[in-house]
Ligand binder design. Structure first.
Ligand SMILES: [Zn+2]
Length: 463
């Protein structure tokens, strides 16, 4: 009896102590384990809020994690939410475990997000929900930065005149831009042609070579200058536009041709998977590989030097017979039925087999090797995004990085890639876009359209 009382008394005491400890533990967890103040970093891309000012928000709450983050633009009583994200924090009874919620939110604040935004100041406000416990529900954490609102775009003034642009061709524009601009150039449809400082000009004098793509029938071309807050000035500046209708051409595809070109291209183009038969492989080459090769060519524009590496008209293969012209609209026919349509982005020139190819102008070789449908290919950079491409070569005589003089031999014609017979595929490129090469061989065109507008910035020798 005595023993039993002693035993149960001890048990009761122990249970009470354990219970008290548990309550204390729970209370401590409930009290201390609520989400603490998060670490917030608000990084606007500009010192002012404009039309579209990018802002990066870095947020971390490694104790319990967050429940949500909201990014708002606030002006007076108005607010616009520009980014929002919710999270699942760790369980409210958890003492430990993975609680890190470090995140990066990218958003844009400005008049685009809040159409009624006016001058003065506005705030970028971050609200972060903190994870609660059974005991405590901390209120959301709020941090903000206030910045001046500036909705004035950079000044932009076109100083060149007589801008005559032809479909598929090039032109230049000379202009002055305000010091606040961080990006300027010509937007032509979805393409971007960057501006450059005018050699020998003042701090604000710029120029941009630009092109009208061959498939743009109505000019959608604007000169643009943008500041860091996303305020953009835009000017239309085309005085006259010459639409062009390009030739149509039908190409009969026979089995002999397929047997000649398909296996060779396939063996050197691991990016194209074997479709199991000649015709499907050919179509994959003519469509997919053609697109991939265009992407590679566009990438080469990044290697262009901001300098005029040339000063004479672009030379053409001597005694060459033109076999196809720029932007021919080709219909491909196999066994009497249409199988494909593609535009031929260059000119085809035939002389004799393995004829030496002269560089059209002085510059630097930026590509020398096999390039899918173009076979063995050389691309020469002439500066400011202007390049020339030479395709289907039987032999390449130059290396990447090599400087070449105008009319220096860079290789020999051949029939590698998608070529039925020995010829040179040639084209000029601007920022990787194939452009009509006929303009650049014409010294009058260069004088009137390009050199005349650059004045002392470019010393052109017409012959
Ligand atoms: Zn061609």
């Amino acid at each position: 009896m005595t023993d039993d009382r002693l035993k149960s008394g001890f048990s009761l005491k122990a249970i009470l102590i354990i219970a008290a400890l548990l309550v204390l533990g729970f209370a401590a967890q409930g009290f201390f384990c609520a989400g603490g103040p998060p670490d917030v970093r608000i990084q606007p891309a500009a010192s002012t809020i404009g039309v579209r000012t990018p802002v990066a928000v870095e947020i971390a709450e490694p104790r319990r994690g967050l429940t949500f983050v909201r990014v708002e633009l606030i002006q007076g009583k108005k607010s616009s939410t520009v980014a929002e994200k919710s999270y699942a924090p760790s369980s409210q009874f958890a003492f430990w475990g993975s609680k890190t919620a470090k995140d990066l939110l990218n958003a844009e604040v400005g008049r685009k997000a809040m159409p009624g935004l006016t001058g003065g100041t506005a705030a970028i406000r971050i609200t972060a929900g903190r994870a609660g416990t059974w005991l405590r529900h901390p209120s959301p954490w709020v941090e903000e930065v206030t910045l001046p609102v500036n909705l004035i775009p950079p000044s932009l003034q076109v100083t060149s005149t007589k801008t005559y642009a032809a479909q598929g061709g090039c032109e230049i524009v000379v202009y002055r831009v305000g010091g606040s601009a961080v990006r300027d150039g010509v937007r032509s449809g979805s393409l971007w042609f960057p501006g450059f400082p005018l050699p020998g000009g003042g701090k604000q004098d710029r120029f941009a070579l630009f092109a009208v793509p061959h498939d743009m029938g109505q000019p959608d071309v604007r000169l643009v200058a943008e500041d860091a807050a996303g305020n953009a000035a835009e000017r239309g500046f085309i005085d006259q536009f010459f639409p062009k209708s390009f030739k149509s051409d039908t190409l009969e595809i026979g089995d002999a041709f397929l047997n000649k070109v398909v296996p060779e291209i396939l063996s050197q183009s691991p990016e194209i998977t074997d479709r199991g038969n000649l015709l499907d492989n050919y179509l994959a080459i003519n469509r997919e590989l053609r697109q991939k090769n265009s992407g590679t060519i566009r990438g080469l524009a990044q290697k262009s030097k901001p300098a005029f590496l040339w000063n004479r008209p672009f030379a053409m293969m001597p005694n060459a017979k033109p076999m196809a012209s720029f932007a021919d609209r080709r219909t491909y026919v196999y066994q009497g039925r249409e199988i494909d349509r593609q535009d031929h982005m260059g000119i085809d020139l035939a002389v004799t087999k393995k004829a030496p190819i002269p560089a059209a102008n002085s510059g630097t070789v930026v590509y020398a090797g096999f390039l899918g449908i173009y076979g063995n290919t050389v691309v020469i950079d002439h500066g400011y995004g202007l390049q020339t491409i030479y395709g289907h070569l039987s032999a390449i005589a130059v290396k990447e990085g090599q400087q070449v003089a105008r009319e220096a031999v860079i290789g020999n014609t051949g029939e590698t890639g998608l070529a039925g017979g020995d010829h040179l595929h040639y084209c000029t490129l601007l920022q990787g876009l194939p452009v009509n090469p006929e303009e650049w061989r014409d010294s009058h065109w260069i004088q009137d359209r390009i050199a005349g507008k650059l004045g002392a910035a470019f010393q052109f020798q017409a012959r």
